[in-house]
Design a protein around this ligand. Sequence first.
Ligand SMILES: [Zn+2]
Length: 93
Amino acid sequence: MKRELRTFDEFRQARLGDSGFVVITDTARPAIVHKLNGRCISADNFKVKVMLDKRGTGNYYWVDSIASAASEFGASACKICKPHHPEKDIWRA
Ligand SMILES: [Zn+2]
């Protein structure tokens, strides 16, 4: 399952959820899948890429799983936020 994040509101709403991942596609690089709240996902980057560049350099998507990211986009896992490593569920403890 995937959903494109086309507006800042869609981006914000997606990050408020507690499941899924963010895929960032790039016309110059392979797609990368990130943790939903990974530190490499930022509102500023989203605004530049999606709003200023008008999605000309790539897009943001929400996906339900890393498997979806791989099958839909051929995305590889981000080496910074390591989405395949589960986060400690501090907020559910
Ligand atoms: Zn990342």
